[in-house]
Every structure is written in C-alpha cells, then in structure tokens.
Design a protein around this ligand. Structure first.
Ligand code: SF4
Length: 381
C-alpha cells in the first residue's frame, strides 16, 4: 500500500476522536474540489493561550486487537487495515508541516499486538519528528488503554498534551461495550499517572455518548470528578453513530443535540463554576433537550430573578442566560465606576445576548421581559 493511501485511510479512521476538534461540520460532497482537509485528517484545535492551530490528526495504525463494540477498527470489523512505519509517519508529517498545511500533530492508534508494542512505534515516530527533523511545535499524544508507566513517561517527553479516552463513564458501562478494557486499571490508573507527569498542556479525555446505556448524569458526574481529581483540562463528547458491520450497527444514532448539551454543561462546570447538583436532569437522569441547560438552571431558581443588573455580583451575573464571563466582567467594571446601565443597547454593546438575558434581568426597576413563555416551554420544571 502506498503512503498516500495510508494517509487517506488512517486520517479517516481518526475521525471518531474529537479530542482535537475540527472547525466545521460542512459536508463536501465531491472529491474534485480543493480545500477539503478533513478527508486526509487535518483538523483544528486550540492551544492553552486560545490560539487556533491546524493539526494532522491521524491513527498510526487502525488494526486493533481490542473489541469495542461501536468501533470500526475493532478486531474482526476492519477490512481496510493500514499502518505506518515510524520514519514514513515522520516524513508525511514533516512534508505537511513544511508546506504549511499543518502546525502540529495529533497522533492516536488502534492497539495492534498490545498497547506497549504500538506505543513504542508511535514514540519512535515522534522521536524522529522531534530529534531528527527538529520539530518544536505542538504534539498531542493519545495514550492507549493499558500502556505501561515507563512507555507513557517516555511519550510524555515528546508531548505537549496527552489524553486517554474514558469512552464510558464507569466500570459497568465500559463493560457493556468492551470485554478487554478494565476501567479502573487500564484507564483511571493511567490518568492518575498522567496527572503526576509534567505535560505542558495537561491531559484531556473523551467519551462516546450513547454507545452504552449510560445517562448524562453518569457522564457529567465522572468528568466533574476528573476535573477535581485528575486536573483534567477538558472532556470531549462524541455522539454514538452506528457503524455497519459492528456489533452495535442496529443501535440508534444519538442526536447531536445531546452531544452539544453535554459540551455546554461541561463548559458551565469548568468555566462558570456551576456545581454538578445545580444542573437540571429529567427523571431518567438525562439533560432535557427542549431547553438550553443554562436556561433550565435559571428557571429552576426563578425566585432569584429578575436580577438588578446594576447591583448584581459577578457570581450572580454569570449565571444569567445570555451573560458570558466577559459581559459579566464588563458590567461589574461599570458598577465600580458608578456608570448606570439603563438601556438595552448598552447591554448589547458589551456582548449580552438580549433575547436570552432579558427575561432574567431588570434595570430602572423594570422587568424587561416576562419569564412565562420560557416556563411554558420547559416541560420539566
Ligand atoms: S481500543 Fe477500542 S476504540 Fe480504540 S481502536 Fe481498538 S477497538 Fe477501537
């Protein structure tokens, strides 16, 4: 198999991993157009300082000996196997880099013979990239479940960020989709090691949403626990979609809205410092999909609203739907300088999303918009 074909197959095989996210879901319907980078595995990610960079996101190999039931690369499911050699991998990356197609690398892999054997080859590839070709830029290295401490430590010397996928939120849910991986030993223990290693951009993780019958509460509880205990930088959520010829080929596709709402709640936990028990779940412990999560929380606490925008604290302002961290900061700066907010257009000019915020705020002593339509829309409050 020639290298170009490997690049195509292994770039496609990596598309299930969203730890490095692409900037657009736009579909390109034909192959005869330029600019379709997704097919050969180029995606975008954000560095610690918020800079957007393009990455070559690829598997090193897609021939897996493990049996995750949802996975196109699992043993017995993959008829289109491919793998790089270390030098070949490094040369492809460098040729993409010197042509300015990518600025960094996201390397993952299926587990070939065993996790250490595959990781050794991956390390060899990044070692060549770092030491032979002198690449100084961003490398995200995916840790395979069950990889030994020494191998992970060695990989960390070349990596800016590392991640190991949880895939499911707990031991029993993982057992529903994999007979090989042990949740505590193969994954959590490795995450605990990563926490202690000096990895410049820390560690992330990913879950496949809906491949087992887990609830949103189980998912968010686990990730929230990891934020507190493993210094996790970010959780990623990938909606399950059935792959033909896998054991779960007849299972229903998970709506993208569920994935999207998990991302939003993750953001609320991580950036807005909401507590897990402030989030709103339905009676089956899932997020209600008929209402934005931040609006659901505000409606549950509707006795606190409307909030006087000229007197509210930063902590209260960031909990108002339509008011972000920056807008809340600007409002409190205006409060400090005794500058009164009296008009909706002032709020708009500092970034408040009026349509979302107005039912929850007042100024000049006046409620801006009734909450009743939102309460009616919300069937679970
Ligand atoms: S470990 Fe599981 S998810 Fe990863 S490539 Fe193998 S079968 Fe797929």
């Amino acid at each position: 198999m020639n290298t170009l074909r490997k690049v195509e197959i292994l770039g496609q095989s990596a598309k299930w991993d969203s730890c490095a996210s692409s900037s657009s879901n736009r579909k390109v319907s034909t192959n005869d157009r330029i600019g379709n980078a997704a097919g050969c595995g180029i995606c975008h990610s954000f560095t610690e300082d918020g800079q957007c960079i393009s990455l070559w996101k690829t598997l090193y190999s897609n021939a897996c000996s493990f049996d995750c039931k949802y996975c196109a690369n699992a043993a017995g499911c993959n008829k289109n196997k491919a793998r790089f050699e270390p030098e070949e991998f490094a040369k492809v990356f460098m040729s993409l880099y010197v042509r300015n197609y990518v600025e960094g690398l996201f390397i993952s892999s299926a587990v070939e013979k065993d996790p250490d054997n595959t990781t050794e080859n991956m390390i060899e590839a990044v070692n060549i990239i770092r030491n032979k070709y002198k690449f100084q830029g961003y490398i995200h290295f995916k840790v395979l479940p069950g990889t030994s401490y020494d191998m992970i430590k060695h990989a960390s010397e070349f990596s800016d960020r590392m991640s190991i996928n949880l895939e499911a939120p707990n031991k029993s849910r993982l057992a529903e989709i994999s007979s090989v991986k042990d949740f505590k030993i193969d994954i959590l223990r490795r995450q605990a090691w990563l926490k202690r290693m000096k990895i410049p951009s820390g560690q992330t993780t990913q879950l496949v949403v809906g491949s087992s019958d887990e609830t949103d509460m189980e998912i968010l509880s686990m990730v929230d626990w990891e934020y507190k205990n493993f210094k996790l930088k970010r959780g990623y959520y990938s909606a399950f979609s059935p792959v033909p010829k896998t054991p779960l080929e007849n299972k229903n596709k998970v709506p993208l809205k569920r994935e999207n709402f998990l991302f939003r709640c993750d953001w609320l936990l991580r950036k807005y410092k909401f507590k897990l028990n402030e989030l709103v779940f339905d009676d089956r412990d899932n997020l209600p999909l008929n209402q934005d999560p931040k609006v659901s929380i505000a409606l549950k606490n509707r006795d606190l609203y409307p909030l006087d925008i000229n007197e509210a604290t930063y902590e209260d302002l960031i909990k108002v739907p339509g008011i972000g961290l920056q807008s809340a900061y600007r409002i409190t700066q205006m409060q400090k300088s005794k500058e009164k907010l009296t008009k909706q257009r002032q709020l708009k000019s500092i970034g408040v999303v009026l349509k979302r915020a107005l039912p929850f705020i007042k100024f000049n002593g006046t409620v801006q918009l009734s909450l009743n339509p939102l309460i009616r829309q919300s069937g679970v409050i």
